[in-house]
Design a binder for this molecule. Structure first.
Ligand code: SF4
Length: 308
């Protein structure tokens, strides 16, 4: 994914129906709540700042290159061409978000080694896929759909960005997502596939066709995880999202945002504020519950910067 600005979600959602754009959930924020309700609160309600990590920003650059490589004619989509895009994409990102320059200070050697890591990830992608033989139907595709939920307002917008959508001549869809991390161990694959089933559900609801294949491309370890969903999978995902949203609204109403400590706490920017580690969360901001059901762009996550 990229750091391109999110679309005007109010406009996009209202164009799709009568649901206010604010009651929306992305795979990233759904994943936050499933991981830890307090983390969701810190991100969506308190909107606490988080320092971009070197790995996440490299993921953003790599995603930008993987999007733009398809602007070139098929025969020109070589590893060399992709590598040539790395520096301009980093410079573009740094210009758009000057705070990112502080990641490295004046250490040019650190920047070189970081960029070289991005090139290694691209080299691995070329071992996994051949872009001269792929013509994506869409890249960085914004998708959204509305589902019913058992709350007073009765509807929830699901939305997010699909890294790449391939569509065959006979209409079969392949949903592709790039990860710059390593592939998860088998026991964690279902969690990784949740995001893809979320997108598949949205595409099914919008287009009336279940995507034929979900494909997670792990550039960190050079592996591809593929899954062919069916309607039962997507209905189960929809039920799960309904239950999740009901739980989010309940937490908002009661103010009970429980920490759920786990192996990812070491990467949590808010550990110092977390009661599970002796911290004290800030008081809930004025209108906290409304911020949950009206989370605006925070519900979408930051394209690219959620990626590793
Ligand atoms: S440190 Fe762990 S338990 Fe605490 S808010 Fe972060 S993710 Fe949740």
């Amino acid at each position: 994914m990229t750091t391109d600005a999110a679309p005007d979600v109010s406009r996009v959602a209202s164009a799709g129906g009568a649901v206010p754009a604010s009651r929306a959930l992305s795979p990233s924020r759904a994943g936050d709540f499933m991981q830890c309700p307090l983390l969701y609160r810190f991100r969506v309600v308190d909107r606490l700042a988080e320092a971009p990590s070197v790995a996440a920003v490299r993921g953003t650059v790599v995603h930008a290159v993987l999007e733009r490589i398809f602007d070139l004619p098929a025969a020109a989509r070589t590893l060399e061409a992709a590598v040539e895009l790395v520096l301009p994409q980093w410079e573009r990102l740094r210009t758009e978000e000057p705070a990112l320059a502080a990641l490295f200070g004046d250490d040019e050697q650190a920047v070189d080694s970081w960029l070289s890591g991005a090139r290694d990830l691209l080299a691995r992608w070329f071992e996994l896929e051949d872009p001269t033989r792929i013509e994506p139907a869409d890249r960085e595709l914004y998708v959204e759909a509305t589902i019913d939920v058992e709350t007073p307002e009765g509807a929830l917008v699901l939305r997010g960005y699909v890294d790449r959508l391939d569509v065959t001549d006979d209409g079969r869809m392949r949903v592709v997502d790039y990860k710059t991390s390593r592939a998860p161990r088998e026991v964690y694959e279902a969690k990784a596939l949740f995001q893809m089933k979320f997108y598949a559900l949205v595409l099914w609801r919008r287009r009336g066709v279940v995507p034929a294949l979900l494909q997670l491309v792990y550039l960190g370890s050079g592996e591809i995880l593929r899954y062919a969903p069916d309607e039962a999978d997507l209905l189960a995902t929809e039920r799960k999202l309904r239950a999740l949203w009901t739980a989010i609204e309940r937490a908002a109403r009661t103010g009970d945002w429980r920490p759920s400590p786990g192996r990812l706490c070491d990467w949590c920017d808010h550990k110092a504020l977390c009661p599970a580690f002796g911290g004290t969360p800030p008081p809930l901001p004025e209108g906290g519950p409304e911020l949950v059901v009206a989370p605006s762009a925070s519900a979408l996550g930051t394209p690219g910067l959620d990626e590793e």
